[in-house]
Design a protein around this ligand. Structure first.
Ligand code: ZN
Length: 238
């Protein structure tokens, strides 16, 4: 393995819905788009972030939640990598895959969002197991199965960048699906960050970030109480 790190360029955009994060990673003329979302106008901007002379080699979905999975139509024919758990659900028409598309369709319908490519999964879906790899040009992307927020969550690492999907949000603890899995995942993410991603190692600055950022958002208080209840903190009031 070479010591020299690839020259990696990363662009991050927040969607108008829930600050959902979309990321474009490029290295030596090869690009990966992670969680392209959500509104068609935002997707046009994302497409513009792929340099004209670069090749968009793949998409990646961190998990099946509906705001993460219906933007791929702006990139037709591009293969999708995702966790083996989600890939299996897509293949078999399982609940995770079906729920995501149904919820996106419902949301779009309610708010008159036009999505010209409709609601379907990409034709070429490639599942990654925990610890599995795929490549974008010469750049190796490593996948970590990180359930807890959803059963099919996968974080990826590219060089010193860790993309953790809906974990580690500064707004609020994202929805807890399975508490013990969630706790294991947070522990694991901490280990990964400590071992390779915290180049600046500025824990003091991280601790200065006030939490939660979204305390005044409508519904966030009840969402927080529900998360606390799931964590066994009965009778909490804030
Ligand atoms: Zn989510």
């Amino acid at each position: 393995m070479e010591d020299i790190m690839a020259d990696v360029h990363v662009e991050v955009r927040l969607s108008g819905i829930w600050q959902m994060t979309s990321t474009v990673i490029c290295s030596a003329g090869s690009c990966l788009v992670v969680d392209p979302g959500y509104f068609p106008r935002e997707l046009s901007e994302l497409a513009g972030l792929v340099p004209r002379r670069a090749k968009l080699e793949a998409l990646f979905f961190t998990h099946s939640h509906w705001d993460h999975v219906v933007g791929h139509g702006i990139f037709p024919g591009v293969p999708l990598y995702t966790s083996a758990v989600l890939a299996q659900s897509i293949r078999e028409g399982g609940g995770l895959a079906a729920d995501a598309l149904n919820k996106a369709r419902e949301y779009d319908s309610q708010w008159y969002v036009e999505r010209p490519w409709g609601y379907a999964w990409p034709a070429d879906v490639r599942g990654i197991d925990d610890g599995g790899w795929f490549n974008i040009g010469d750049l190796a992307i490593e996948g970590f199965l990180v359930p807890g927020h959803a059963p099919d969550c996968m974080a990826i690492r590219a060089e010193s960048y860790l993309l953790a999907g809906d974990y580690l949000s500064p707004c609020e603890i994202p929805f807890v699906d399975d508490l013990s899995a969630y706790r294991r995942t947070l522990q694991r993410l901490m280990t990964i960050i400590t071992s390779g991603c915290a180049e600046r190692k500025d824990a003091a600055a991280a601790k200065e970030i006030p939490l939660p950022r979204a305390e005044n958002a409508v519904g966030m208080r009840s969402h927080h109480i529900e998360n606390c209840r799931k964590a066994g903190l009965a009778g909490i009031s804030i």
